[in-house]
Design a protein around this ligand. Structure first.
Ligand SMILES: CCCCCCCCCCCCCCCC(=O)SCCNC(=O)CCNC(=O)[C@H](O)C(C)(C)COP(=O)(O)OP(=O)(O)OC[C@H]1O[C@@H](n2cnc3c(N)ncnc32)[C@H](O)[C@@H]1OP(=O)(O)O
Length: 248
């Protein structure tokens, strides 16, 4: 158990893709150290970044990617970065190598564990998405193209797939803001169906942080903003990484 915890903490400590500036100033020392461990990368040296464009992306997906990506920090000729509040978040198919249920899972299951939204290999078949976070406004935008394997009602996206994307976007946002978290409560209102194959915007905004609790609101909209497909409120509770090793 102690060895597992050491490996898990080490994994969190290498999460370099998350900015140190995201630590909340209003957390206690122990809560703050919980946040610090989330600033690290637990991924293999050269993992594939699934949030980069691929041949399955349609024109609307590419237009939006170019729009948000162009607002992210760009390196100047002098090697310095411009001060944009936007940042594209990479996305891998393993999140925590040593904590997919901790000691309760066999080594085979641990070695085969993959992030739910990144486990279908065929480009365009399921969840195609990229996340951009705005550090200043504490909001996050996801561009999402829903593939043919996500069908629920004929020709439209399954409600569970929509919930999965909401949990993923808001969960990533909450991790960025508060460090290691788990979803405690997720409320969803489905307002209008999402056509299969279409591209939508998923917007996540921080409502409030109270101690260990991070409250986030989320909207899924058509890309021109004219149609609200889904809205949700989500509560995340900060956890100590040992929570995952103990199996919750
Ligand atoms: C690890 C990070 C990796 C990051 C990598 C990033 C890259 C990859 C991104 C992928 C992003 C995917 C994101 C998926 C995220 C999941 O889907 S997580 C899976 C689904 N969630 C679960 O399985 C959670 C199961 N539940 C639990 O483990 C525990 O109940 C919890 C949520 C940790 C809370 O337990 P606890 O720590 O004992 O907390 P507890 O003391 O009971 O409550 C603390 C406070 O929260 C409140 N609370 C607790 N539960 C509730 C509830 N259900 N309703 C309302 N209030 C509640 C309590 O009332 C209390 O409030 P205060 O008294 O402080 O005001």
């Amino acid at each position: 158990m102690a060895r597992m915890l050491r490996r898990l903490r080490k994994g969190f400590q290498s999460l370099t893709s998350f900015s140190a500036a995201t630590i909340q100033p209003n957390l206690s020392a122990s809560e703050s150290s919980r946040s610090e461990v989330a600033l690290l990368s637990f991924f293999s040296p050269k993992p594939r970044d699934f949030s980069l464009p691929n041949s399955s992306w349609g024109s609307e997906m590419m237009r939006l990617y170019d729009h948000y990506n162009s607002q992210c920090e760009a390196e100047t000729e002098g090697g310095q970065t411009q001060g944009s509040p936007w940042q594209r978040l990479p996305s891998y198919n393993r999140s925590l190598k040593y904590a997919p249920g901790g000691v309760y899972l066999s080594k085979i299951v641990q070695s085969k564990a993959r992030l739910f939204t990144r486990n279908i290999r065929e480009p365009g078949a399921a969840f195609e998405y990229a996340l951009f976070v705005n550090k200043g406004e504490k909001k996050c935008v996801c561009i999402f193209q829903a593939g043919w394997l996500l069908e629920g009602p004929p020709g439209h996206v399954h409600g569970g797939a929509i919930a999965t994307m909401i949990d993923t976007v808001t969960g990533t946002h909450a991790t960025f803001l508060s460090g290691p978290i788990m979803t405690a409560n997720l409320n969803i209102a489905y307002r209008s169906p999402i056509p299969l194959g279409s591209t939508v915007l998923i917007e996540s905004s921080l409502d409030t942080q109270e101690g260990r609790k991070t409250f986030i609101s989320c909207k899924v909209m058509s890309t021109d903003g004219s149609k609200l497909h889904t809205e949700a409120t989500v509560l995340f509770v900060s956890i100590n990484v040992s929570h995952l090793v103990r199996g919750g």
